[in-house]
Design a protein around this ligand. Structure first.
Ligand code: GDP
Ligand code: MG
Length: 442
């Protein structure tokens, strides 16, 4: 595959969450299903890397380097990664960034082709890249911004919080909702609600104070998260709680990429126009996020989320964030528990269908109705058992509601299976020689 001009990339950025005229958001379920329900993807645990933060601060630009790295590691399978950044003259392709020609719209974009990677354990995972547009953009309302930021936090396993120049108190305030959520969720789910929060400070100007990279970043973060006397009470709590919400909180300081990147309208992303110090930092940052040993699987309630499960979470969260006001942490928790039960429900239905398909599918011979009923009962019991053995959030009451739903759906499916089986019986009768002769005589 050629790597000359970026055309090696398979896929494109697709907008899965789009604003509507009433300051709500619409989920493009079809597009999302096309990505998450692909046969080779749907059962893989997901790693969701999202970049969020203010508008026009190089988020999409950065993501396109992630694409380069993932392409090298997942598609070309190369072991020598020194060269992953590519040739000096390659234009930067991928998600639309200012240098690109597409219009910028608020919302959430995913890369249409998940990357299949292996963890050091050999476990295969699907890596999804999520780009957010227009957050904190002055033309959007506060709620639009908060919604996009919230969705990307709730749905990612690695949230890269992309900030310009320094981490300000305001930037921490944006995390308030999730911290409240963490507090409410603490006793209701296993594990911490979120995995990795990566502050990424762009155009860090005072490298003599804290050096570029991860070490300087950690020092800055430590200083910032120190709780000081006389501090605003809210802020104090944000700092105390941030660790309780995320399994890992890190910070990385990026240098300015050079004037060609920030000011030249003809800049096409080629490395020869990017400051070498910036390239050096990219070379450290990107493997820290995307090398096999650093991939972080998405977990909710302590459980690994598969691609097909993520669909339920997308639907629930877009719904809950579509109200007039931002939802409360308790409402978000309910939505999480619903989605969690729903994905267990879908999995149980799948099991029922697969078992029945094996026993009495189109290619299986006609079965006596008593035997068919026995098969149905066996498959139904297994499905119910699996539903219950999957640890879920939301307690008995919610689980019972979904188990009832499972019962109804399974019965509906059984009716169709019975019909199909009866049709086989008619076919059998009609194709026996005696009946055939009788029909001819009549
Ligand atoms: P987004 O809105 O955050 O996704 O920003 P884009 O990735 O579209 O980039 C916006 C502009 O910032 C482009 O002109 C980029 O060339 C430029 N840019 C990319 N990275 C950086 C950076 O680290 N610092 C500065 N100052 N500009 C950058
Ligand atoms: Mg962008």
């Amino acid at each position: 595959m050629t790597t000359e001009d970026g055309s090696y990339l398979v896929g494109h950025g697709v907008q899965v969450v789009t604003p509507n005229s009433e300051h709500g958001f619409v989920l493009d379920e079809k597009l999302l299903q096309g990505i998450l329900l692909r046969d080779d993807i749907k059962d893989l645990p997901v790693v969701v890397v999202s970049v969020a933060g203010p508008y026009r601060k190089g988020k999409s630009f950065l993501l396109n380097f992630f694409l380069r790295y993932l392409h090298k590691t997942c598609h070309e399978n190369i072991s020598d990664l020194d060269e992953w950044l590519g040739a000096p003259d390659n234009p930067l392709k991928g998600f639309s960034w200012r240098g690109g020609s597409d219009r910028h719209t608020t919302g959430i974009h995913l890369w249409s082709e998940p990357f299949k990677a292996s963890l050091p354990s050999g476990q295969k995972v699907a890596v999804l890249l999520m780009d957010t547009q227009g957050t904190f953009d002055s033309t959007s309302t506060v709620k639009d911004n908060a919604t996009v930021f919230a969705l990307s936090t709730m749905l990612s396993s690695v949230l890269i919080y992309n900030i310009s120049q320094n981490i300000e108190e305001d930037d921490l305030q944006h995390l308030q909702l999730f911290i409240e959520y963490g507090r409410v969720a603490k006793d209701k789910m296993d594990g911490k609600p979120f995995q990795r929060l990566q502050f990424l400070v762009r155009d860090w100007a005072v490298a003599y104070e804290y050096a570029y990279g991860a070490v300087g970043g950690q020092q800055l973060l430590n200083k910032l998260l120190q709780v000081r006397e006389g501090q605003h009470e809210e802020l104090k709590r944000v700092r105390q709680d941030i660790d309780r919400c995320f399994e890992e909180v890190t910070c990385f300081l990026m240098p300015h990429p050079g004037l060609k990147v920030s000011t030249n309208e003809h800049f096409n992303g080629k490395l020869s126009d990017v400051d070498p110090e910036f390239q050096k930092c990219l070379n450290q940052l990107v493997p820290m996020l995307l090398a096999s040993e650093n991939l972080v699987q998405k977990k909710i309630g302590g459980h690994t989320v598969k691609a097909k499960d993520l669909l339920s979470y997308f639907k629930s969260y877009v719904k809950v964030f579509n109200g007039d006001a931002l939802p409360t942490p308790t409402t978000i928790l309910q939505a999480t528990a619903e989605a969690n039960n729903k994905s267990a429900l879908y999995e149980a239905i799948d099991l029922y269908e697969n078992l029945m398909m094996e026993a009495a599918g189109a290619s299986a011979p006609y079965m006596h109705r008593d035997r068919l009923y026995q098969e149905h009962k066996k498959a139904r019991d297994k499905a119910v058992h699996q539903f219950y053995s999957k640890k879920k959030m939301g307690g008995e009451e919610l689980a019972t509601k979904f188990e009832n739903r499972l019962g109804e759906i399974v019965e509906e499916k059984y009716v169709l299976i019975v019909e199909q089986n009866n049709a086989k019986s008619m076919y059998n009768i009609l194709t026996t020689p005696a009946v055939f002769l009788l029909v001819l005589v009549l």
